[in-house]
Design a protein around this ligand. Structure first.
Ligand SMILES: [Zn+2]
Length: 247
């Protein structure tokens, strides 16, 4: 059994530009000082959240049928009960912040830029390969929109202690044509504890990969969720509070 529909977070090349764009949008994206008071070398982690209360314009590639566009939009809007943001569809590709294209069902890999990094892209910011009726449809839409809202992978949470079976993972990476660097970025690397946004580790999060037991050395499986967990709802509320927070 393989991992169903992988998701790759798309990184922008220029982290300085990512940082400046994120801070211009929402000053709370500034890196949190580490507990020791020293920043690690290199570019410090910054979050990439939108300004709370903002309306995000969403455009779909013209070849996606209207009914599919509406199904994606409706699932994505589940986040809005917990995050103080608004989504609005637009037919104008260029003016949208979130631009969605689709690949044929079963091609297997979804992508999204994280939060405000979408402002650095003129092309599509999200790719979905699960269509309405596909088993993973709702999970994939909620997951990719979680990234679009600035959320990271939950299986890379600082407290996630997944005993990856590296041999199996590498075999799988070769099968799906994923270079080692992307495996590290999307599976293995843990997120810095000092980053602005996380709550307690939540294996039931929609932002957690489903992981079959064969991929872990201790035979622990993670089922993956197609629903927003209580942790997802709490994190969305922390990122986009309905009551103003001042920097
Ligand atoms: Zn993802």
């Amino acid at each position: 059994m393989d991992i169903p529909t992988l998701c790759k977070v798309t990184q922008v090349a220029d982290q300085q530009q990512s940082y400046e764009t994120a801070l211009k949008e929402n000053p709370l994206n500034a890196p949190q000082p580490s507990r020791s008071g020293r920043q690690k070398r290199g570019v410090a982690y910054h979050s990439r959240l939108w300004a709370p209360g903002r309306t995000l314009l969403i455009a779909f590639a013209a070849d996606i049928p209207e009914q599919t566009q509406q199904s994606i939009f409706e699932v994505a809007c589940q986040w809005l009960a917990y995050a103080n943001l608004k989504f609005q569809r637009t037919a104008d590709w260029a003016e949208a912040q979130i631009r969605i294209e689709m690949k044929p069902s079963g091609t297997g890999i979804n992508h999204s830029l994280v939060g405000t990094d979408a402002l650095l892209r003129e092309d599509s910011t999200m790719t979905l390969s699960d269509w309405p009726g596909d088993e993973q449809f709702q999970r994939s839409v909620l997951h990719e929109f979680g990234h679009a809202l600035g959320l990271d992978h939950e299986h890379q949470h600082p407290d996630a202690d997944i005993q990856w079976n590296l041999a199996k993972l590498l075999e799988y990476a070769e099968q799906v044509g994923m270079p080692m660097e992307e495996i590290a970025e999307n599976f293995l690397n843990r997120i810095e504890r000092t980053q602005a946004l996380h709550n307690a580790y939540d294996p039931g999060s929609v932002m957690h990969y489903p992981i079959p037991a064969t991929f872990t050395l201790n035979n622990v499986a993670f089922t993956g969720s197609a629903q927003l967990s209580d942790g997802d709802k709490a994190l969305a509320g922390k990122a986009y509070p309905f009551t103003p927070v001042h920097p």
